[in-house]
Design a protein around this ligand. Sequence first.
Ligand SMILES: [Zn+2]
Length: 514
Amino acid sequence: MPKIKFFDTTLRDGEQSPGVNLNKEEKLQIARQLERYGMDRIEAGFPASSKGDFEAVQAIAQNIKKSTVLGLARTVKSDIDAVYEAVKDAAKPAIHVFIATSPIHMEYKLKKTPEEVVETAVTMVRYAKEKFDHVEWSAEDATRSDRAFLAEIIEKVIDAGATVINLPDTVGYATPEDYGSMFRYMKEHVPNIDKVELSCHCHNDLGLATANTLAAIQNGVTQVEGAINGIGERAGNVALEEVALALHVRSDYFPYTSSLKFDETKRTSDLVAKLTGMYVQANKAIVGRNAFSHESGIHQDGVLKHAETYEIITPALVGVTPNTLFLGKHSGRHAFKDKVNAFGIDLTEAELKEAFQQFKQLTDHKKEVTDDDIYAIVMEIKTDSSNIDKYELIQFSVSYDTKDTPAATVALKTPNGAKVEATEQGSGSVEALYKTINSLIDEEITLIDYQLNSVGGGKDALAEAHVQININEQINNGRGTAQDVLQASANAFVQAVNRYYIHKNANIKQLVHE
Ligand SMILES: [Zn+2]
């Protein structure tokens, strides 16, 4: 059976979701998980866009061995050079070059004639080919481009050395029949089309991304681009886990294989949700919390008698396991280390020491420590890029009763080591806490979003808070995990503030809409 290659762009197109701003360590952890998931190709970022993105792509290229690692470039020499510098150490380095081909984009955005666009694309693909064997070329806004013009430019970039041709539905405008027929047209009208792999890239503005992707596959596409959980700007990219499971469950209809390890689906989804703060809706296909629960009595009865009556995907297939009871108060360092290794996460000795200490503290308060708890602890440590001077919470208290105005007192250590303290009131406990922290920091902070989730389940579950703040027009996310909701909330806020200072110069995000 022919193989469909999966190309993940969670770290590039997905990361363009408003407010998502991953640090290098977080990107690396996601890339490692994508590799475990069996992703053929990982688009690690857009190296020319910022120093931060360049460094993240470089770190991923140096650490990922099984998947191909790509960087994105506009049809500009300096972009292509930046990708080369960032990914040259990868086991399988590759480049993705794009230029727009639709009349509206060529005229208003590029201000180039169609002939100039062809000339630029060919010259830059040829330039990229001097540095890379694997050169993917994309026709941005392909679905609103003239097909005869597309066929002409595709033929020429293949001659110039492109090995993958990607035709994105950049604005999520296509319908399945329409999208599929575009690929069929290219197969029929581009004489050298059999020399390359065809790739699809769908956005979900009309909720058709998965359907469009499947239509593309039925018309000769062998590479699928998308993001985990379907994240991305506007309505997002196609959710790769949906395409993968649709192909698998309906293999009677789609005779293809893939390299994906389906039982890593849930963990990959959870990690991306956790680190981006883009939580998945409960009824989301494949990975939503309710995707396997059968509320109605009739369904439950059917599932109990014979699972296949209502269940087309088993929880085990996508790696949803009962949240196993893990270790207790008396568990030793070895058992703990084994558990962490089983997650596939490498800890340094210092990180292991810190993680074990936090685990021990947790067992003092929480009777049942689960896999999810351990994973949360380890991920916090692993993604904390905190070798800089930063704000640290020393202690805080919050007073609340139903009659009086809530108030908070906070003591912070500032980046230069001073201890500062303040008390403020607010209309709620969290507001009082945040107002007090803000009063100790020399920037005007606006809270954009605040979310609270529980890790795992049960009445003594860990709380995970997620905040999004605006400081000087820069959006930063922060995440905090603790047993108490106020502690988790405070940690998240302080982390977001610290990230502002880390990102301030390194990570001014430049968006591309391929
Ligand atoms: Zn896109």
